[in-house]
Design a protein around this ligand. Structure first.
Ligand code: FAD
Length: 550
């Protein structure tokens, strides 16, 4: 087979700040940076058109304290409880404080929140929240939020977009992040883009698992870019399962369907959650009870029902029923129209008349690139925000609807911090960056675009990796399933080394060093050490779906 023509580096582009990612966190960061100074030039690189970023698929809503019956304290407490006391409480404090301002700001930018008859923005219940505090726009919240952010970003001439460009490498010079190398997917050209500061907003990594709510673009690129540059990843053992995915596709049926009063039933038509300390089973939804328990607990309980033989068996494995029939057609059409659409299109049932088959599915990465509260990483000039980052807001389990708000709060913080940093920096020197970009060009040519020989296909390696994650770190880790390679991460490292790695393996950072601190709930269970004392019984859920502990 003739060799393909090699890629060629184009002359270098330059910006003051470069965003990698045009989803909720990336666009919020870009706007925040543009507001710091009109003199900053801001590039936004995205491997998909920004409105196709995965934020668009968020359905249920975004959390912030908006009502008199709520308080910042309560939002913080719910977040910390939900996180199994492994959240960093200073991050939680900043988050709950800045969340209301961010969602009101989004309203001013045109986000069409659903409203109550009295004109106030509506709030709905979500798992683990002790009051209704999730703002929503029907069940297409992510679409409307992203649209409002995208349109606002168009106002700023300083923001320049590189749509459908794929970043493959960070440029690091003299111990500082100084830009990226990206492949223009349309032309096939490789382009180096220099910048004084780089912000990673590349989203999650659900696609490393075989069964996930995440679309094909959520491949953990930003985590890889940072890791290869020597930046620690944190809390990677915490992977969230969502209890209600459609069997087969993994498409999410939003938690809002339970918030509106949907019931989970086993094959006997029984609301089994009451057998696991989540009862009593009431007709009306009760916050933090039954179907409104935290996601990790509901997912684990599903697996226990399966072990008892009380789930249905289908062509795509075991499942239970999510029953919305008692809510009625009018409510479903008004508040959950997308759920009806998804159920009709992907499982061929109408939830007005039939229950929806659901099962737990990989949904969200609590871990990611280790950052401080401004999004700063250990590598000077490199920032991260959104699902790619781990500012430690979510600990071992994120509460539903905290993530979109996290993109706003910490996206804005990272944008501001990077802008202030960039304003003090001299322009990066282009000569060494050109050499680094040439190295990356060679790597892309040798290993991917112009590779000769070799027996393995990338798709085969990916499938094997997904299977191993599913088996070794899946819903029932270590219980009678084969888990060969993840017991031995070195095997995976070896398999991927030629493709993706260029230096000594940096460390994965674990959290055990953290002790009780001076946070919001100082001394009440900050860090693992104090967990048992602070919340007896909470710890047992912590590792239900995580990697086997070393
Ligand atoms: C189905 C579903 C429903 C959800 N519902 C909710 C909800 O109701 N409430 C809630 O709070 N959270 C929800 N979440 C979680 C939440 O939507 C996400 O965590 C959040 O939107 C992530 O935003 P982000 O900006 O970090 O990343 P994304 O929106 O995923 O954006 C990532 C960006 O990075 C770019 N990118 C990635 N890699 C590269 C690369 N190599 N080169 C160039 N560009 C790159 C992509 O093109 C994209 O623009 C849901 C998640 C899913 C999957």
């Amino acid at each position: 087979m003739p060799a393909r023509a090699g890629v060629q580096i184009m002359p270098m582009l330059t910006h003051d700040i470069l965003l990698v990612g045009g989803g909720g966190a990336g666009l919020r960061a870009a706007i925040a940076a543009a507001e710091v100074s009109a003199h900053l030039s801001i590039g936004v690189v995205s491997k998909v058109y920004p409105m196709r970023s995965h934020t668009v698929s968020a359905e249920g809503g975004t959390a912030a304290v908006m009502r008199d019956n709520d308080s910042l304290d309560l939002h913080a407490r719910d977040t910390i409880f939900g996180a199994d006391f492994l959240a960093d409480q200073d991050a939680v404090e900043a988050f709950v404080q800045e969340a209301p301002r961010e969602v009101i700001q989004l309203e001013h930018w045109g986000c069409p929140w659903s409203r109550d008859p009295d004109g106030r923005v509506s709030v709905r219940s979500f798992g683990g929240m002790s009051v209704n505090r999730t703002l929503y726009a029907a069940d297409k919240t992510g679409f409307h939020m992203l649209h409002a952010l995208f349109q606002t970003s168009l106002k700023y001439d300083a923001i320049v977009r590189y749509d459908e460009w794929y970043v493959s490498q960070l440029l690091v010079e003299d111990g500082k992040a100084r830009g990226v190398v990206a492949l223009n997917i349309y032309t096939g050209e490789v382009q180096a883009i220099a910048a004084k500061a780089v912000i990673l907003c590349t989203g999650g990594a659900g696609r490393i698992f075989p069964f996930t709510t995440n679309a094909a673009i959520k491949t953990g690129d930003g985590m890889t870019l940072a890791y290869r540059a020597g930046v620690a990843l944190k809390d990677m053992e915490f992977v969230q399962y969502h209890p209600t995915g459609l069997p087969g596709t993994g498409i999410l049926i939003t938690e809002a369907s339970r918030g509106e009063g949907g019931h989970l039933k086993n094959k006997d038509g029984y609301r089994y959650l009451q057998d696991y300390g989540l009862g009593p089973a009431t007709d009306q939804p009760v916050l933090r009870k039954m179907e409104l328990g935290p996601r990790d607990i509901l997912s684990r309980v599903h697996m226990q029902e399966y072990q008892k033989g009380r789930t249905f068996e289908g062509p795509y494995g075991h499942y239970v029923h999510l029953d919305l029939r008692h809510l009625g057609e009018e409510l479903i059409d008004k508040r959950l129209p997308f759920v009806r659409e998804l159920a009709r299109n992907y499982v061929g049932i109408d939830p007005v008349y039939e229950p929806i088959p659901v099962r737990p599915v990989v949904h969200y990465m609590m871990g990611g690139v280790d950052t401080d509260m401004t999004g700063k990483t250990a590598l000077e000039g490199l920032y991260a925000a959104g699902e790619v980052a781990c500012v430690s807001l979510n600990g071992a389990n994120r509460l539903g609807s905290n993530s979109l708000t996290e993109c706003l709060v910490f996206g804005a913080r990272a944008g501001r911090a990077a802008a202030e940093y960039a304003l003090e920096q001299a322009a990066p020197s282009l000569n060494p960056l050109t050499l680094l970009a040439s190295d990356e060009e060679r790597r892309l040519n040798e290993h991917f675009l112009n590779k000769d020989g070799g027996q393995e296909r990338i798709a085969t390696i990916r499938t094997e990796m997904q299977k191993n994650h599913g088996a070794g770190c899946g819903d029932l880790p270590g219980r009678g399933r084969a888990a060969p390679d993840l017991q031995h991460p070195a095997a995976i490292a070896r398999a991927f080394y030629p493709y993706c790695h260029r230096g000594p393996w940096p460390r994965l950072q674990h959290r055990a060093h953290r002790g009780p601190g001076a946070g919001f709930y100082a001394g009440r269970g900050r860090g693992r050490g104090a967990l048992g004392a602070a919340a007896p019984g909470v710890a047992r859920f912590t590792h239900a779906y995580g990697f086997p502990r070393p």
